[in-house]
Design a protein around this ligand. Structure first.
Ligand SMILES: Nc1ncnc2c1ncn2[C@@H]1O[C@H](COP(=O)(O)OP(=O)(O)O)[C@@H](O)[C@H]1O
Ligand SMILES: [Mg+2]
Length: 414
């Protein structure tokens, strides 16, 4: 479906929800729009084509526990009340023959086993689903082309749902991680709750609102240092802007950032980049960073390991905005020095729109010992591209250790 499709769910869910796959997995924190997004799509689809939809969750004591209400609200919101017949236990669309059924896996599994012709099974709150429920449910959804849609807020990495669909995804599994930062409709009441938890219990915030499985945060390189916020313009008197870029190749993204220093606070307010950006498009991508090519002479520092990229981008061409690109210094230990510098800041505040920077802040981690789970002083590869760009942007300050005094470069002392 193209740009004029009728859906309003967050953009990051699009590649999952609008393409066929045996398994469609949306995971993330509260308030991301997962439940609403799936309900919206199902209500529209079932009004267009015949679909038998089983709405399942581990425990459903009464229909009030189910997504029944949510679907009804979407039917109304989409102006489809005249097409649907709603009863206390089911929802149907006579013109297409579509039917929604609501069941709890734990108590209704024998009923579910005898069901025929389910096209889509939506498993909501799937972090609660037990391994035995999965084992029974999956073979029950056996119609040719049938799909299992899974929405969940990860609890622990040992949970059956995480193990099955994130740690070891089955064939034909599309998945996306969605958090409130991706939800343009994130309501103010939830925002107030989110901000409160971020202040009083940062680790709980990462779990509840950023979809991070419990216990994983301690291995984050920037644990306890970063938070998400939004603001209109940088604080008066802040130094900057500083620009940095990292070049991707094959599966790695290219990344660009803009940041500011406000005393001992680092603010990151714009990001650009992504995977598969051709060298010829990279310049235009970087030029999207506000203020970089407006003739004020700001420089951008880039990864020096690919001099040909720097040379290509720095060559000014007629009709294109000038780019003052310089290679960022690297030295033995420059990554560790960069981390120590970042951790020496009072805080790192990332603008809500910088979703890649935020994603990597969550995922950029140290290795942990396989048996004891202790955090080790060894970086896990990956999830560091936008943070490389941040390090390059600030490289002269990092090298001078300015404004930060030397701090231990590894934070196990917590
Ligand atoms: N498509 C949408 N249109 C309008 N508001 C939305 C939409 N999607 C989500 N919301 C708002 O965001 C809130 C959280 O969405 P929800 O689907 O419940 O998140 P999650 O299931 O990820 O916790 C909803 O209560 C609603 O206020
Ligand atoms: Mg939900």
């Amino acid at each position: 479906m193209g740009a004029r499709d009728p859906f309003t769910f967050p953009e990051v869910m699009r590649p999952v929800l609008l393409r066929p796959a045996r398994y469609k997995v949306l995971r993330g924190g509260r308030g991301s729009g997962k439940s609403w997004g799936v309900a919206e799509v199902l209500v529209v689809l079932a009004s267009l084509i015949p679909l038998r939809v089983l709405c399942a969750r581990e425990l459903q004591i009464s229909i009030a526990d189910s997504v029944h209400r949510l679907l009804c609200d979407w039917i109304e919101r989409k102006g489809l009340l005249s097409k649907y017949v709603i009863t206390n236990t089911a929802i149907s669309c006579p013109s297409t023959g579509s039917l929604f059924i609501f069941k709890g896996l734990k108590h209704n599994i024998s009923e579910i086993k005898s069901m025929e012709g389910i096209d889509i099974c939506w498993v909501e709150e799937a972090q609660r689903v037990s391994e035995s429920s999965w084992e029974t449910l999956i073979p029950t959804i056996r119609k040719e082309g049938s799909e299992i849609w899974i929405t969940f807020n990860p609890d622990s990495e040992d949970d059956p749902t995480w193990l099955r669909f994130v740690a070891n995804p089955p064939p034909s599994c599309l998945s996306a991680e969605v958090n409130y930062i991706h939800n343009p409709h994130f309501p103010d009441t939830l925002r107030a709750e989110m901000e409160h938890l971020m202040r009083v219990d940062y680790e709980a915030y990462l779990h509840v609102w950023m979809g991070q499985p419990k216990g994983r945060s301690k291995a984050q390189v920037l644990f306890g240092k970063w938070r998400v916020d939004r603001w209109d313009s940088p604080p008066p008197g802040a130094d900057g802007p500083y620009y940095g870029a990292d070049w991707g190749f094959s599966v790695d993204p290219s990344a660009g950032v803009r940041c500011w220093l406000d005393g001992r606070r680092l603010l990151i307010d714009y990001e650009v980049g992504g995977v598969n950006i051709e060298l010829d498009d990279l310049r235009g991508e970087l030029a999207k960073l506000p203020g970089l090519t407006d003739g004020n002479g700001r420089v951008i520092r880039g990864d020096s390991s690919r001099p040909e990229t720097i040379a290509h981008l720095a060559r000014n061409r007629p009709g294109q905005p000038g780019l003052r690109l310089i290679a960022a210094d690297k030295w033995p230990g420059s990554v560790e020095d960069g981390i120590a510098w970042l951790r020496g800041l009072d805080e790192i505040v990332i603008h809500e729109r910088c979703t890649n920077v935020i994603q990597e802040a969550r995922l950029w981690s140290y290795k942990t010992d396989r048996l004891t789970d202790d955090v080790l002083p060894v970086l896990k590869p990956g999830n560091d591209h936008w943070w490389d760009a941040v390090r390059y942007a600030l490289q002269p300050l990092i090298k001078k250790r300015d404004p930060i005094k030397a701090v231990p470069n590894f934070h196990m002392a917590r």
